[in-house]
Structure formats: C-alpha cells, structure tokens
Design a protein around this ligand. Structure first.
Ligand code: SPD
Length: 415
C-alpha cells in the first residue's frame, strides 16, 4: 500500500483515524469497565504500546453530552473518545506517529461496541518538507462498503460504494448503495442482499428449480422477498395463477420500489398479492393451500433465525398441498457447512425428501449460496420442459441438474 511506503520513507509523521459508531450496544457504551477493556484490546490489535492508565471522565447531566469521555496516551500520541448515551453513539480518534491498520481499528471498534454502522475518516500529518509532494490518495472508508463475513477468521468483503439511502425500520437497518462494480446494492443489517448485476443468479435459482419440478404450480407463496426479485421470476411461469408474498417489513418493499426498479418490477403483476405480516402467523391461517413455498430470507441470525427452526418447517409442510415443494435460502457450503447440515437434518425429519443445491453469487460470502429443496412427492432430478415468459440469464436445464451435484466435502448433505 502506497500509504505504508510513504510512512516507511519518513514522508508522513502521523495518522489520525476518526471512527464514528452508531447504534452501539447501550450496555457497552455506558460501562466504564467496558470502555477501558476496549482500549486495552484495541491497542493489542493494532500493536500499540500504552503509556499510563486509561482516563475516563463522566460528563454531564445535560442530555446532549451525557456519557463517558476517555483518553489514553499511546506511543507517540493518543487515543480519545466520547460515548454519547442519548444517541448510543461513540466517537473515537486514534492519532499516532507509528503506522497502524486503520481498517483493523475500525472493524474491531465496530464489533466491540456492537455498532450497526460505522463511518471512519483518515487523515495524515506530513513532514514540513513534504509539502510540495504529490498528495497521496488514501482509501477513505466512507467510499467503501465493508461486510464482515467471518470476523474471527478475518474475512471481509469490500466494495467501492456510495450510500444513497439509509433507514431504520422497526425490524432492521435498510441501506441502498451505488457500487462501482455491481450497480445498485441493497443491504439489510449490514449484510448484502442483492446487487443489480448478480441478483439474477440468486433469484432465478431459488425459483426455477422448484417451478420446473412441480407439474402444476398454480399457487405459490413467497415468504420474505420484499425486494420483488423472487416475484419477478415466479411471474415468468404462466401456469402460476396466484402468488402471495408475505413480507414482515413494508419498508423493504417501499425501498425497492424507489431504488431497485429491476427487482421491484415484480410487484406490477396482477397475480401478486402482498401481505405485510409475520410469516408464522400467515402460515397458520393457510392449511393445505400452496403448491410451492419459497422462503427468501436474510441470514439465520436475528429476526430470520426462526425461519430455520423445525416449528417453521412444520408450518410450511402443513400449508403445502400433499405434493407440495418448499425451497429456502440455505447459506453457503464454504463457511456454513455445519449449519447447513444441522438444518438439513431438521428438514429431513419433517419432509420425506430433501436436497441441497447451490448457485454462484460473487457478492455473497465466499461467492456461493445454497438452497434447501424439500418435497412431499417430486424429485428435482429431472426438470420438466415448459416455455417461460421472459428470458433467463443463469437457469437452464443443465444448470438445474448440475446444481444438485455437490463437491466432495459437502456431498453428504444429499445422501
Ligand atoms: N448472505 C445474504 C443472503 C441474502 C439472501 N436474501 C437475498 C434476497 C434477494 N431477494
């Protein structure tokens, strides 16, 4: 990195990282003990020697500034911060003449304080004689989106991106970015849900294997799928007569309609009925009703965790007709094989038939994501032939068949 070389060459003498953390864990930022623990751990992570103790002062009964301020001397400079209780935010500055990794500092701080969003800024201080030198460009995290995929193993995905929308709904943080490489991008609670240029690989593969397997998929239910992309794909099947979509968060649909026309086109079809409801409640009221149920969920943490539970799979089974099929978002085999195997075990206890299959999506963790295919009667191995309205970019008969063939390390899932 040019920046490091500049440091080594002695042309820069200090770097300052300002980290703003939003929606932090209230318990953490209100605890003097946790703040001190954070400083010690941060210094270890960025290899910075501390001098003296961490000073903390509690400020104000005035609401606006209520909270702790912190100061820690470190080799060649200091770390300071303020922890604002009114807004659950933290503002941390790390200034040092010794090089450290600002991204590491940001990622660790975000994780430690359980922040939902972080914004960081870097700036450098120069030697007086370096004034005339060409300004170096320092990557500014404000222009980059980071998704921490595997914090403990140190894996993250970064995309050059500008935020165009952000809203906190009652269920989650919704963000839309414009990325340089992949076009528009939808992010929920920090996790990429789709991008304009690769979403087809996910939506087509969650929908078409089931709809090419079922001989008469007249009634289809989509659970989740608030961006509309799954609807768009289901609507390509003219044998589908009725599509219900049950999305808990209306804000996702509104966001898609405003910023993601390429998926929101799915809301225009007359066969689509939209329900803003909890999936559990919705299913309880519809027994023996659907031919195919498609679960387009976020990752199995937080609110979506229940969508991977036996209770949920039982409800789905009851809402399907006697030859019904369920397909669900089921994570990728490189990072989540254990979870996938556990979920497969749960589904196999409830449905007579189960397979895992997968697709490739460059902006998802490890570039792959898979689906569960649970069936009361039909096997997906031989897709039927039928004509679709509209074109496809990923799905084909050959892809359908090959998607169920798993790499050696994961083949037990389908045994
Ligand atoms: N790791 C992210 C998985 C996202 C699955 N849902 C995508 C929604 C697209 N309709």
């Amino acid at each position: 990195m040019q920046f490091v070389d500049e440091f080594k060459a002695g042309r820069l003498w200090g770097m300052l990282t300002s980290i703003d953390l939003f929606d932090c864990s209230p318990e953490k930022i209100r605890s003097e003990k946790e703040i001190k623990k954070y400083v010690i751990e941060l210094c270890k992570r960025i290899d910075m020697k501390r001098f003296g103790p961490t000073y903390t002062v509690r400020f104000g009964e005035e609401e606006r500034v209520k909270g702790y301020s912190m100061m820690q001397l470190i080799e060649t400079s200091n770390i300071s911060g303020h922890f604002a209780e009114r807004t659950n935010s933290a503002y941390i500055d790390i200034f040092s003449c010794k090089y450290y990794d600002p991204f590491k500092a940001e990622q660790f701080s975000k994780k430690f304080f359980g922040a939902k969003r972080a914004e960081s800024y870097f700036t450098v201080r120069r030697m007086p004689w370096a004034k005339e030198q060409k300004r170096i460009e320092i990557p500014n995290p404000r222009d980059w989106f980071f998704e921490t995929l595997e914090f403990n193993r140190g894996v993250s995905l970064s995309l050059k991106a500008k935020q165009v929308y952000s809203k906190k709904s009652p269920y989650q943080n919704i963000e839309v970015y414009k990325t340089k490489a992949f076009g528009r991008m939808l992010v929920l609670d920090g996790a990429i849900q789709l991008t304009e240029s690769d979403e087809f690989a996910y939506q087509e593969m969650l929908v078409h294997p089931a709809l090419f397997t079922h001989p008469k998929p007249e009634k289809v239910l989509v659970i989740g799928g608030g961006d509309g992309g799954i609807l768009r794909e289901v609507e390509k099947h003219s044998d589908v007569k009725e599509i219900d979509l049950c999305e808990i968060d209306e804000e996702v649909v509104l966001t898609a309609k405003k910023f993601l026309p390429f998926t929101a086109s799915g809301f225009k079809d007359k066969r689509a009925n939209i329900f803003y409801e909890d999936g559990f409640r919705f299913l309880k009221g519809r027994k023996n009703h659907y031919d195919v149920i498609i679960v387009d969920s976020t990752d199995p943490i937080g609110p979506a965790k229940v969508l991977f539970s036996p209770k949920f799979f039982k409800l789905i089974k009851n809402s399907l007709k006697k030859d019904g099929i369920m397909v669900n978002q089921s994570e990728g085999i490189f990072y989540r094989l254990k979870f996938i195997a556990e979920t497969a075990k749960k589904i196999k206890k409830i449905f007579p038939k189960y397979w895992y299959y997968y697709t490739m999506v460059p902006t998802y963790p490890s570039g792959t994501i898979g689906f569960g295919f649970a069936s009361k009667k039909y096997s997906p191995i031989k897709p039927r032939k039928k004509k679709l309205k509209g074109s496809l970019k990923y799905y084909s008969e050959e892809i359908h068949k090959s998607a169920f063939v798993l790499p050696k390390f994961a083949e037990n899932l389908n045994k």
